[in-house]
Design a protein around this ligand. Structure first.
Ligand code: F6P
Length: 372
């Protein structure tokens, strides 16, 4: 029999428990393996905090939000321990061996793929299942969490319409998505937002104001603007591009690190710009503007049917992959089935919305402004 470890890492997302259950039930019932859950992501793995999972502990979790195992955002090679950053990869390898594991299943997003790759390079048999509400993992059509978050964000955009309309206001709603615009674009289209702002298309405040004015001249004196949390104005984008060029040009490791810190600082200072944008639009249009940050509401609560199904499918396919001896891979959702993709093709990459994507074309075709 095999002994398999499983953990969830990075931000939580609806569907994680469905995936744990899908993998776990297949592992225990189909293949007769033993299953060990590590608590709180990579941190629990490094600290060897674990719990044995059986069919009983996996029952009743399909419909629940969050993760029964807990999670954290730790990096395996740079984990804060006793106030200092430490490379915990050797400790994790020791724990893997001490627990006599045959494989480790990591449920997570981009950060987790990077951690999983490091553990793979250290010789562990790892398997990655793609989870994120951001839909920004490359090589997979989707990830569990995205569909539920999309529904919640869409409902929010719907609800904001009636209040924006009643008060003749501009309402900006900030939608998650990290550096990609999938969630804002999807919810903006499905909820009929008048303007959608994405990281992939830097915006021009005047162009947005003009669009709102035009709506007013046609009798609609309110607007709903869906803003991806990573959206940037053209000026901010240029500034960050310039700072990123400095990273590339840096001649020493020290100057590279300093330039990277510069990029991070700029990104952080430009990130909370939805409020600035609201006052700029107020000034330019004379309409009142309000901001709603959707925040963690998008990540919490029960997964929808699509995410339960996707989590279960990917979990079961993950167990099959291990039975077949496939490691160092992510189980991707592709078309009507799953596919195994080498982790080196996933780790460190981000799936942005391509500028010629069908969703962008559809948004423009129905008259939604994209801020450019
Ligand atoms: O990746 C999921 C996500 O919710 C992003 O949309 C957001 O940028 C980030 O996590 C928030 O991170 P944290 O949970 O660390 O605040």
């Amino acid at each position: 029999t095999k002994r398999i470890g499983i953990l969830t890492a990075g931000g939580d997302a609806p569907g994680l428990n469905a995936a744990i259950r899908g993998f776990g039930k297949a592992a225990i019932q189909e293949y007769g393996w033993e299953l060990i859950g590590f608590r709180d992501g990579m941190r629990g793995l490094a600290e060897n905090r674990l719990t044995a999972l059986d069919a009983f502990s996996l029952s009743g979790i399909l419909t629940t939000g969050g993760t029964m195992l807990g999670t954290s955002r730790d990096k395996v090679h740079r984990m804060m321990v006793d106030g200092e950053e430490r490379d915990m990869v050797p400790t994790i390898v020791e724990n893997y061996e001490r627990n006599e594991l045959d494989a480790l299943v990591c449920l997570g997003g981009g950060g987790t793929a990077k951690n999983a790759r490091r553990l793979m390079d250290a010789g562990l048999n790892v398997l990655h299942l793609p989870k994120t509400i951001d839909n920004d993992i490359v090589e997979t059509d989707s990830s569990f969490g995205f569909s539920t978050a999309l529904e919640i964000a869409t409902e929010a955009v719907d609800r904001l319409h009636s209040t924006a309309h009643s008060h003749h206001r501009i309402i900006l709603t900030e939608i998650m998505g990290h550096r990609a615009g999938w969630l804002a674009l999807g919810a903006g289209i499905a909820g009929g937002a008048d303007v959608i702002l994405l990281p992939e298309i830097p915006y021009d405040v005047d162009a947005i104001a003009q669009r709102i004015e035009r709506r007013r001249s046609h009798g609609s004196n309110f607007s709903v603007v869906a803003v991806a949390e990573g959206a940037l104005s053209r000026e901010d984008r240029e500034e960050i591009d310039h700072a990123q060029a400095l990273v590339k040009e840096a001649s020493s490791p020290e100057s590279k690190a300093a330039a990277k810190r510069g990029v991070k600082r700029l990104e952080a200072s430009h990130r909370a710009n939805t409020f600035t944008l609201a006052s700029q639009l107020e000034e330019r249009t004379g309409l009142e503007a309000r901001v709603t940050i959707l925040g963690y509401v998008q990540r919490g609560g029960t997964p929808n049917a699509a995410d339960r199904l996707l989590g279960t499918r990917l979990g079961v396919a993950g167990a099959r992959a291990i039975a077949d001896g496939s490691f160092g891979v992510m189980v991707a959702d592709r078309g009507h089935g799953t596919e195994l993709v080498p982790l080196r093709r996933v780790a460190g990459k981000v799936k942005y919305v391509p500028r010629d994507h069908e969703w962008i074309e559809a948004a423009r075709a129905v008259g939604t402004a994209l801020g450019d």
